[in-house]
Design a protein around this ligand. Structure first.
Ligand SMILES: NC(=O)c1ccc[n+]([C@@H]2O[C@H](COP(=O)([O-])OP(=O)(O)OC[C@H]3O[C@@H](n4cnc5c(N)ncnc54)[C@H](OP(=O)(O)O)[C@@H]3O)[C@@H](O)[C@H]2O)c1
Length: 349
């Protein structure tokens, strides 16, 4: 029997989910969240807690600080033996893997680390989860595509233009090799929202530039389909809970638009003079733009039809954004509006 025929004949058991409790409610799962000191990982921890699960939050060099999480620690995922011991000891029902070098620039600055963290670590996690019968939700990116035609379906072939996309595309293959029935790979788009550090969300970076009097250059011909961080976090936890959803999926908001349009809509949402704060530029004006895919819009089918968590319009995403800390005085001065802080998610947004 050939290798492929032998693989096809092996029946892989479904992930080991807790038994349903009274009235069909699932008993809580134990979920390990990697990258929990980062932008998305922190929100995944909060979403898992909201849904009644137990969370072990792992950061890299920083121990995650997430209200309500009982167990949080700094942990180098590239230390393979230690990772194996941790996962076997903790015996989770699911792992949500958010840790990564998640930009073109950081991957180029350290290619060896990019390959280790973005490809080898998810491969190891997929092997461990397969061994335990645990569900793995692995975060991937729209940047696995070349951006030539846009409107990508989850069945389209990746064709990365840069090292970041290459390392993430290689990880998808490895994760699905070990986790055909245990893993969900979730490709997603630029993430917007409020971050704990106040500098990870797109609107937060724009506000800092505007406060410093800089008009931000944004491409009119580079298309992206933003997703809001807490909506994406809910989807990752729902995927942990749904034993029957494995394979390769896309998730984003419902609207694709140019980076310029995204910036204009953010500024207008806050009542700011958008045209004076944002400078339109074309990709042809920037020599390095060739390594950046042009149109990374995603089709959300079939996942959008299977989940309870709905995909959000851009208006719904904008409604979640808060004035970044440190920008209040500037904002009050230019708009005449008063900034009122509310305590949300352990932060004074
Ligand atoms: N942000 C986006 O717009 C976007 C778009 C598409 C896809 N994604 C994907 O979404 C995921 C999350 O992205 P993000 O923006 O939330 O990333 P992020 O904020 O940059 O967080 C990265 C996380 O990785 C951790 N990390 C780095 N090296 C590590 C190591 N050796 N061991 C353990 N942890 C390590 C960091 O921990 P320390 O900082 O504590 O070291 C941090 O918690 C990534 O897989 C990314 O590819 C993101």
């Amino acid at each position: 029997m050939g290798e492929n025929a032998r693989k096809a004949s092996v029946r892989v058991p479904p992930p080991r989910l807790p038994a349903k409790g009274a009235a069909g409610r699932r008993t809580p799962m134990k979920i390990i969240v990697t990258g929990a000191s980062g932008f998305l990982g922190r929100e995944v921890c909060l979403a898992a807690l909201r849904r009644g699960h137990e969370v072990l939050a792992l950061g890299g060099v920083r121990a995650p600080i997430v209200p309500g999480v009982a167990q949080a620690r700094a942990f180098d995922l590239c230390a393979e033996a230690a990772l194996e011991s941790l996962v076997l000891e903790e015996f989770p029902h699911a792992v949500v893997h958010c840790a990564a070098l998640p930009t073109i620039e950081t991957c180029l600055a350290d290619p060896a680390r990019a390959r280790a963290l973005n490809t080898e670590v998810p491969k190891k996690l997929a092997q461990l989860c397969f061994h335990l019968g645990a569900k793995l939700v692995h975060l991937s990116t729209d940047t696995v595509f070349d951006g030539v035609h846009g409107g990508y379906q989850s069945t389209d072939q990746p064709k990365p233009l840069n090292l970041y996309g290459e390392t993430k595309a290689a990880a998808e293959v490895e994760v699905l090799r070990y986790g055909r029935e245990h893993a969900a790979v979730l490709r997603t788009s630029p993430i917007i929202g409020n971050s704990a550090t106040g500098d990870r969300g797109l609107h937060e970076r724009l506000f800092v530039a505007w406060r410093e009097g800089k008009a931000t250059p944004l491409f009119t011909d580079e298309i992206r389909q933003p997703v809001e961080v807490s909506n994406l976090a809910d989807v990752t936890v729902e995927l942990c809970e749904r034993g029957n959803l494995s394979g390769l999926y896309h998730w984003a908001g419902t609207e694709a638009m140019s980076r310029h349009e995204i910036g204009l809509r953010i500024a207008r949402h806050f009542g700011l003079a958008a045209e004076s704060l944002i400078r339109p530029i074309a990709r042809s004006e920037v020599p390095s733009a060739g390594a950046r895919p042009r149109d990374l819009s995603l089709r959300l089918h079939p996942l959008a039809g299977k989940l309870r968590t709905p995909a959000q319009s851009f208006e719904e995403q904008l409604a979640q954004l808060r004035i970044p800390r440190g920008c209040e005085a500037w904002y009050e001065q230019v708009t005449g509006r008063k900034v009122v802080r509310r305590l949300e998610k352990g932060l004074d947004f």
